[in-house]
Design a protein around this ligand. Structure first.
Ligand SMILES: Cc1ncc(C[n+]2csc(CCOP(=O)(O)OP(=O)(O)O)c2C)c(N)n1
Ligand code: SF4
Ligand SMILES: [Mg+2]
Length: 296
């Protein structure tokens, strides 16, 4: 859904948070709130966003915000959506904002329930690819080869040994009205997807890759650069699912070598040429599967 940036409000609805410099998680939420506006009710579970926006009395959300338990985002926003409906509030948006751990792992069943019931809400997962708030532990969304404190590297260890779950596939399998992937490095695309989600009734899911300088180990000013490289090297993709159909929003003609994305990050510094090629082979298989499901 095209948006005219001239029409966007100057009002900021998220600022003053205590995130690390270069944190993409709150960039994603700030951009989403630019589109959704003041009549948004947010719910955040335990995660970096909750920890850095609720340092009382310096609260950073300038919309209503509920902090819920780590597994409970899907259930809490389902309740909020039911309350809004009961009160006849038709101009509000219920927004869940959760990390990859709170979405792909412990929060998956509550999210699945909300999707199955088609509750009227938007769930935004910002994916920094590990449990960052508690000191960088692996999640179901941590990529193969990444070092975390629970997927160590060195002495014959390669970091994370499994390929990540595909959340886009998991949620589209619920046949929700709208599901998308996005990246903070493509802000127009991200905001247009939020605008589209706002215009649709039912359960909407947006999965945003959110580079994390602290957990990934790169200089904080390179967040957008890494977000772009992830897409350009084919290790992240921009896609939508709507009315039962998948669509790719950007298909690189040729992928950049994955080492351009991987080499500068501390979490991947133990990887070898052989590992880069393995990651590329897996990427190519994933894209083959993706293109079969998508009109390219
Ligand atoms: C039931 C439960 N288990 C564990 C925790 C501790 N905990 C809080 S946040 C968190 C990790 C969150 O990871 P993610 O959802 O990826 O968000 P991020 O910290 O990366 O922003 C954990 C393990 C908790 N609060 N509740
Ligand atoms: S650890 Fe990462 S996700 Fe968490 S506040 Fe810092 S940069 Fe953001
Ligand atoms: Mg995380």
């Amino acid at each position: 859904m095209a948006i005219d940036f001239k029409d966007l409000s100057d009002q900021e609805l998220l600022y003053g948070q205590k995130t690390c410099p270069g944190c993409a998680a709150t960039i994603a939420v700030r951009l989403a709130l630019k589109i959704l506006g003041e009549r948004t009710f947010v719910c955040v579970p335990a995660c970096c966003v909750a920890a850095t926006t609720n340092a009382y009395p310096q609260m950073s959300f300038f919309v209503n915000n509920v902090v819920t338990a780590f597994p409970a985002t899907g259930a809490t926003i389902a309740g909020m959506a039911a309350a809004a409906e009961t009160q006849g509030l038709e101009d509000v948006t219920i927004l869940g904002v959760a990390g990859d751990g709170g979405t792909a792992d412990i929060g998956l069943q509550a999210l699945s329930g909300a999707c199955e019931r088609n509750d009227n809400l938007i769930y935004l997962c910002y994916d920094n690819e590990a449990y960052m708030n508690t000191g960088i532990q692996r999640s179901g969304s941590t990529p193969w080869g990444a070092w975390t404190t629970t997927s160590p590297a060195g002495e014959g260890k390669k970091g994370e040994v499994k390929f990540r779950k595909n959340l886009f596939d998991i949620i589209t399998a619920h046949r929700v009205p709208y599901c998308a992937t996005a990246s903070v490095a493509y802000p127009r695309d991200l905001m247009e997807k939020v605008a589209k989600a706002k215009s649709i009734k039912g359960a909407k899911f947006i999965h945003v890759q959110a580079p994390c300088p602290t957990g990934w180990g790169y200089p904080s000013e390179k967040t957008i650069e890494y977000g772009r490289l992830a897409v350009e090297s084919g290790l992240w993709y921009l896609a939508e699912y709507e009315n039962g159909k998948n669509k790719l929003n950007l298909t690189p003609k040729t992928f950049k070598p994955v080492e351009l994305y991987l080499r500068g990050q501390r979490r991947f510094r133990h990887l070898t040429e052989e590992d880069y090629r393995l990651i590329e082979r897996h990427r190519d298989l994933e894209w083959e599967l993706l293109k079969k499901r998508v009109n390219v």
